[in-house]
Write a protein that binds this ligand. Sequence first.
Ligand code: PFF
Length: 448
Amino acid sequence: MTHRGAWNSRWSFVLATTGSAIGLGNIWKLPYMIGVNGGSAFVLIYILSILCVGIPLLMTEIMLGRRVQKNPIDAMKSLAKESSRSNNWKYVGGMGMLTGVMILCFYSVIGGWVLSYISTAVQEGFTGITAEQSSANFGDLLASPLTLLFWHTLFMIITMGVVSRGVTSGLEKANNFLIPALFIILFILLGYSMSVGDMQTSFDFMFKPDFSKISPITALAALGHAFFSLSIGMGSVMVYGSYLKKDVSISRTSIYIAIADTLLGLLVGLAIYALVFANHLDPSEGPGLIFQTLPIAFGQMPWGNFFGILFFILVAFAASTSAISLVEPTIAWIVENTRIGRQKACLGLGLFIWLIGLSVLLSFNVWQDVKLIFGLGIFDTLDKLTSTIMLPFGGLLMAIFAGYFMKKRHSKDELDLTAKTYNLWRMANNIIAPIAICSVFLYLLNIV
Ligand code: PFF
């Protein structure tokens, strides 16, 4: 029997799952995706995806994990057995674990960028930096494989170090102060952006509906990002749910997590685009967006260097709590199914991810021209494959299992909702989410 940890309190679970949700996806990815995908059209579909698909599937995934208290593969196996269904459902768990590992291969490289910005903020500061200098600094970082390698390695060591200490001791401590601190610094940044940036244009860019920009690609990107941002579709929330005690309301918790996650992402977006427009920068800059814009703000605002250091430290923490949740499912599976201990499992898997990460960091410089599928580079291939295909597909299968294959009384029992809200969840899980995911997939394949 392997010892399984349990969260010490309901609050720790909420914070840990929010910690998994809030990460580079909100602070680095959402802002640039909004710019690349045409602003408000993307935001609108993103919010709809969170409401109609994200929240119900977050509930589904927590429910599946808590019901059987196991890692994703064993959880799906037990759940299927409990409802007398095929053992093959375990592959849903397996695919999820693979997705998490694949995401971490690039996530850790971006986490490395954040660490390198902490070091720059501490050593040189951003005082008086111009838009051109800021872009040039970011370009220099990307052009230097050795620097990227150093920071990617450090990020992996930190992540695997926390995971190797186990779920209750490592994760809870990291999360308890992080989220509140992140919100506080964000409000300071937002206040600054409001006073010097072009908040009106930023607001219009993000929220004034422009239906002409809605396309299947925008829809897929927004839906995929809803999965990425809430950490659903790959079993990470399932594992966290499996450590959750039985007396906690899954629905309330899910809504809380989704609100915190979405709010944080959109507020970062507002702050950043106010600066982008005030400094005549390009909103569709891509993955370098926050690294090029924020130093300008920190370079001009009072106490800017202090806030800059604090901001990047908090982002690094947020990234590492998410990174942890990307590998925890696989580590839990290894520890519970083999004789390999947690430390060794972390070392082995960490090395593997680090190695693949090397190809990602090279794709920003010497391997820039290497193309894998659909003419995409290594970073883009891993990113698009996981966010827009594997996560929504994983979520779809979990929804189908929970809605059509799991015994109704089991989900009823676990979700513990009133009849009306249970039916609402069922409608979203069984009908709305699958239709939304399938139609976007079909669109993509040019079938509709
Ligand atoms: N939600 C995280 C973020 O927004 O940065 C990334 C992530 C973590 C995605 C865990 C998926 C996951 F299972």
